[in-house]
Each structure stands twice: as C-alpha cells, then as structure tokens.
Design a protein around this ligand. Structure first.
Ligand SMILES: Nc1ncnc2c1ncn2[C@@H]1O[C@H](COP(=O)(O)OP(=O)(O)OP(=O)(O)O)[C@@H](O)[C@H]1O
Length: 264
C-alpha cells in the first residue's frame, strides 16, 4: 500500500536526515518508528506527505509516486493520509465538533469551507467518531477547555474523518502522562484495526511501542537499523539503535507500572 524506494533527504544545511530508505507497509499494518533524537523519524513522516520535499527516491501510495505530484494532485493525495500531531494542532477557540469537521476541509468546496457549512453526512460521521472515542458529550466544548488526552482524541477524530488509507502519527503521546499515553496508543491501534487502516507511528517510548504494535522499525543516522517484531528488540538491538543504556531496567519499569494499574 505504501512503498518507500531509495528515500533520501539532505537538508540545505547539509544534514543528511535519511539515506536510501526502502520500506513497504501493507494495508492495515500499524508500524512504530523508533530511534534516537535526530535519527530522521520526523523527516521520514514528513517526506511521506511532502511537508518536507525528499531529495531523492520514491514515495508510492497505491502505486502513485507522491514525491513527484503537481500541487493539485498532491492536495488530492494528501486526503488519503491523515496526520496526528504531538501538540494536537487544534484551533483553540473552535469547538470540538468544528475541529473534527476541519478534517473535511480537503473535500468541501471553497465557500463551504469559508463559511464552515459542512454536509450533514460529515456532521453525522463526526458525531459517530466522537462517540467512538468517548467525547460525544464534549462536542460543543471549546478545544482550549480540554485535557491533553481529550485533545489527542479530537486530533484522532479529525484525522479519521478524512477517511484516509494511511495515518501518519508524529509523537502522539509525547505531551501525555504514562497512563493517558497507553490509552491513546490503544485507541489508535484499535481504530486502525477496526478500519483496516495502516499507520506509521513515530514514538520515543520503546516500551509503549512494544506493547501495542506488531512491527517496529528502528532508525539510526537516517538508515534502518532494525525492522521486525517487537520481541526482536533485545537489549543488544536497542543498544545498536540508541547506544548504551540499561534496557532491562527501562522495560521492566514499564511492566511494573502496568501491574500496579491492573491491581488498582
Ligand atoms: N528543517 C531542518 N533543516 C535542517 N536540518 C534539519 C531540519 N529538520 C531536521 N533536520 C536534521 O535532520 C536530522 C533528522 O532530524 P529529525 O527531526 O527527522 O529526527 P527525529 O528522529 O525525528 O528526531 P526527534 O526524535 O528529536 O524529533 C537531524 O540531524 C536534524 O538536525
């Protein structure tokens, strides 16, 4: 469904962020992208929807090369890719419902988007999505009245109402506490499974990635250093990706937290 071929990005500053990346993501697969700061995770996600222009290589979405589309064709192709951000990127003074519906802006005409009059079918779908993520009762609240976890749920609904084939998720839990982080990761993975949706989730927290996804790709210095099931992330492999750390302790700590939560 998504195929990267020789994807390379060198920034104008000379920073080589990605080198010759080949990666295939089948329909419905949720993949976690891990790696140390500066490894190229955000760059990879941003090259896929061309928020960053690749220097070389192909980004094939169902066989169409996103890296070489004209502006109009790119706009249409971007509808197929929902984006979820670390800082939620909501419009604070708008309501939850309005924020969710803004995910349809790529579909409605100029006047409808200017006056924010959306088709009834879009409004109905927004209600369904808010119900699914447990925020139906908050539809009329302003975004700035929500907690971090609630905001991210709105961000998820806004991405899903686009009806994308692929979700690109950039650090969805970086601003959340550990328990809310797990809830949000679980929700994203459940929704992908329900909808047969593929996702690439850029995530710092290795233990969280291991808990929820079937495939992990590890980047190091802009190259793929690991690609496999989460149980292949042994302390040795993690050291290859990140450098030295006491991985046994890091992973055990999270398991302990879950035991405490289960006992509560
Ligand atoms: N706009 C930019 N201009 C120049 N260099 C950049 C730019 N964005 C990123 N880089 C460089 O590209 C490399 C990869 O950065 P990137 O942000 O993709 O890494 P990352 O793995 O997402 O890191 P983090 O986890 O800290 O967000 C780094 O060396 C970074 O300094």
């Amino acid at each position: 469904m998504l195929r990267l071929e020789g994807l390379t990005k060198t920034y104008k500053t000379g920073d080589q962020a990605l080198t010759d990346i080949d990666l295939e993501v089948p329909k419905g697969q949720v993949l976690a992208l891990i790696g140390p700061s500066g490894a190229g995770k955000s760059t990879m996600i941003r090259c896929i929807n061309r928020l960053v222009e690749p220097t070389a290589g192909k980004v094939l979405l169902d066989g169409v090369d996103i890296a070489h589309l004209s502006a109009g064709a790119l706009r249409r192709a971007r509808r197929e890719m929902g984006m979820i951000f670390q800082e939620y990127a909501l419009v604070e003074r708008l309501t939850v419902m309005e924020n969710v519906l803004s995910g349809r802006l790529g579909y409605v005409g100029f006047w409808r988007s200017f006056t924010r009059r959306y088709p009834q079918a879009d409004v109905d779908e927004a209600f369904r999505l808010l119900d699914r993520v447990g925020l139906l009762h908050m539809a009329d609240k302003r975004a700035d009245e929500l907690s971090g976890g609630q905001r991210q749920r709105v961000g998820i609904c806004r991405a899903l109402i686009q009806n994308p084939k692929l979700l690109l998720v950039d650090e969805p839990t970086a601003s959340l506490d550990p328990k809310t982080s797990r809830q949000i990761m679980r929700l994203i993975c459940e929704l992908c499974a329900e909808r047969g949706l593929a996702a690439i989730i850029n995530i710092h927290d290795v233990a969280l990635a291991q808990m929820f996804v079937a495939r992990v790709v590890g980047l190091r210095f802009g190259e793929i250093a690991f690609d496999g099931a989460p149980d292949g992330l042994t302390p040795d492999v993690l050291t290859q990706i990140y450098g030295e750390e006491d991985w046994e302790a890091t992973i055990e700590k999270v398991e302990d937290e879950d035991d405490i939560e289960a006992a509560e």
